[in-house]
Design a protein around this ligand. Structure first.
Ligand code: DGL
Length: 271
């Protein structure tokens, strides 16, 4: 790989603001990398969509990233990681990475009782991707998965706490707590926005795993192996959305990102 390939950006995508919780960790672990972020806000939530749709969306996004000249793509979205990535990774030359493997590894290293709960979107839970990934590492572990379809629309709508969030959260977490889990994977990149009420509801006996940190470390290791680590940041991060940039910008500002957000007609792209 030539010197200049190393200095190309990393493409990071999600259905909306969720992937920014992964970008936050990428900035800590890989501060020298330039990021091009895409949030598919015109088509959020992904959680109720079919594999066919998710594969098609992912092809368009990777196509857009290829035009941006990225050297590596991270699906900062569990739903897309579970359903689209295994297909699209076979179709392109640019290396792609998801977040599920990192989350599973982290949870296996944290659990003492081998009772792991996972909260995620309906599509992620139905795919069984987390249970598979955990059991590959530690076959005797019990994995209890709970779909939380009401959460992503609330988070995209700017809600972070209060009764509107706590009520559904309680309903989703109760069956997992009844199983006496000692570890809870936040199996959707939107959920770290709800860390405060989640912590309050699960109490101190449950370790919470946000796969983002482990995923950022995995990204660094992979880039190193591929000889693609950048030594210096050569350009500003860029943020794109398929919907209207205003709402996304508000969430980005909350996390400290004040860059310009641009609209992109994502359906025009493909691999
Ligand atoms: N943040 C995504 C995930 O990690 C997608 C959520 C959604 O759009 O339903 O699964």
């Amino acid at each position: 790989m030539g010197e200049e390939v190393k200095h190309r950006p990393i493409g990071v995508y999600d259905s909306g603001v969720g992937g920014l919780t992964v970008v936050r960790w990428l900035h800590r672990v890989l501060p020298q990398e330039q990021i091009v972020y895409f949030g598919d806000t015109a088509r959020v939530p992904y959680g109720g969509r079919s594999r066919h749709e998710l594969v098609e969306f992912s092809r368009q996004i990777v196509g857009f990233f290829q035009e941006q000249g990225v050297k590596f793509v991270i699906a900062a979205c569990n739903t897309s990681s579970a359903l689209a990535l295994p297909v699209v990774a076979q179709e392109v030359d640019v290396p792609l990475m998801g977040v599920i493997g990192a989350g599973a590894r982290e949870a296996v290293s944290v659990t003492k009782t081998k009772k792991i709960g996972v909260i995620g979107t309906q599509a992620t839970v139905t795919s069984g991707a987390y249970a598979r990934a955990v059991k590959e590492l530690e076959p005797v572990t019990n994995v209890y998965e709970q779909a939380c379809p009401e959460l992503v629309p609330l988070i995209e709508g700017g809600h972070r706490d209060g009764e509107i969030v706590e009520k559904p959260l309680k309903r989703y977490l109760e069956p997992l707590l009844e199983r006496n889990i000692d570890t809870l994977i936040l199996g959707c990149t939107h959920y770290p926005y709800l860390l405060v009420p989640i912590k309050r509801l699960v109490g101190t006996g449950v370790e919470i795993v946000d796969p983002a940190e482990a995923a950022a470390r995995e990204a660094r290791d992979t880039l190193e192996v591929l000889g693609l680590l950048s030594e210096e940041k050569v350009g500003e991060d860029l943020f794109f959305v398929s919907g209207e940039p205003g709402t996304f910008r508000a969430a980005a500002v909350q996390l400290g990102y004040t860059q310009r957000v641009e609209h992109v007609e994502i359906e025009r792209y493909t691999i």
